[in-house]
Design a protein around this ligand. Sequence first.
Ligand code: C2G
Length: 128
Amino acid sequence: MKKVITYGTYDLLHVGHINLLRRARELGDYLIVVLSTDEFNSIKNKKAYHSYEDRKIILEAIKYVDEVLPEYTWEQKIQDVVDNDVNVFVMGNDWEGKFDFLKEYCEVVYLPRTEGISTTKIKGDLHK
Ligand code: C2G
């Protein structure tokens, strides 16, 4: 079984997230999403609207997602890849090159982001 892993906050779910998850899942047979906890979001200077628990329930309802695990730190990726026998690490290309250290452990794929949509844009548009 070819296992794929990806990371993110996945707040205010939108088509950019779904496009990423679909393409990531298509690279293997099983997709693990490592979801930023509320505490880690504050380290990323992000404030999610939905709690970790709610973001986890939402992600688990997506047909492309097989498993959701918590992301607590920047430093857990190697351990996650090894512990879960991951073959492919995937992120949107806003992260291009940032996780190439994982190439020792698995394939590293950066996928084109979906243009014109982001959680930040949604929040901004709603305030207009
Ligand atoms: N994404 C995308 N297109 C968009 C918006 C997001 O392809 N228009 C992708 C991002 O590139 C990322 C995933 O969707 O791969 C989740 O995006 P975020 O929730 O913003 O994740 P981020 O805060 O970048 O978290 O350790 C890594 C971090 O946890 C990444």
